[in-house]
Design a binder for this molecule. Sequence first.
Ligand SMILES: Nc1ncnc2c1ncn2[C@@H]1O[C@H](COP(=O)(O)OP(=O)(O)OP(=O)(O)O)[C@@H](O)[C@H]1O
Length: 233
Amino acid sequence: MTKLEARGLVKSYGPTPALRDVTLDIDEGEIVAVTGPSGCGKSTLLHCLAGILRPDAGEVSWRGHRIDTWSEAARSRLRRTEFGVLFQFGQLVAELTAAENVALPLLLAGTGRRAARAAACDWLERLGVAEYADVRPGEMSGGQQQRCATARALVTEPRVLFADEPTGALDTVTGEQVLTQLVRLARQQRTAVVLITHEPRIAAYADREIVLRDGAIDHTGLGLDAPLSGGAR
Ligand SMILES: Nc1ncnc2c1ncn2[C@@H]1O[C@H](COP(=O)(O)OP(=O)(O)OP(=O)(O)O)[C@@H](O)[C@H]1O
């Protein structure tokens, strides 16, 4: 079933066009890589799909409801519940421990402290950083921080995760390890992922690759036969 739909998205920043008429659908549980040269509109597209930015023209619908017309508060609520976001620098709260960071979205959603802490520790374990539960981000490596940020992005079990070059600041080997974990865990719980990346190797983990050029879809293709694609296509 199609869950997230974009129709004719157009977005400019003053005189600079960023998106010109982008139409796409993301299915439930689908892992989609968005690639293309610097400045082609990848982040703008992701921000429009996630309800962070409003397009100048066109529509974004989630489960049949148009969301680009929603208030900022309603779109922000959606990003705390059914949507999740993950950026290049995990944006962990420096004053909080890893477990407190991961528990935060659950606490904001009304989960009790004990249950939130238990879920946070479980997710840190799944990402292989359980031993850092009581450590603050400043005492963790970049890779450990991004694993923690990935745990925080997935702990609410979002239906769609928007990830903007989540491993772009890591070395190639660490980046690929974090990304394979992200994709494996997303597949386990059928979280769809919209993943921006510059790395063709990383795009290969996706079910589908959407290549943008000058604010429009240049072409789409299937991800290469990646080990984690699990024969989904
Ligand atoms: N806040 C902004 N103000 C003005 N222009 C912007 C802004 N954000 C993006 N742009 C411009 O819009 C176009 C698309 O930018 P966008 O960040 O979406 O591309 P991108 O493909 O994600 O780039 P990169 O791979 O370098 O991150 C570019 O020409 C960029 O310079």
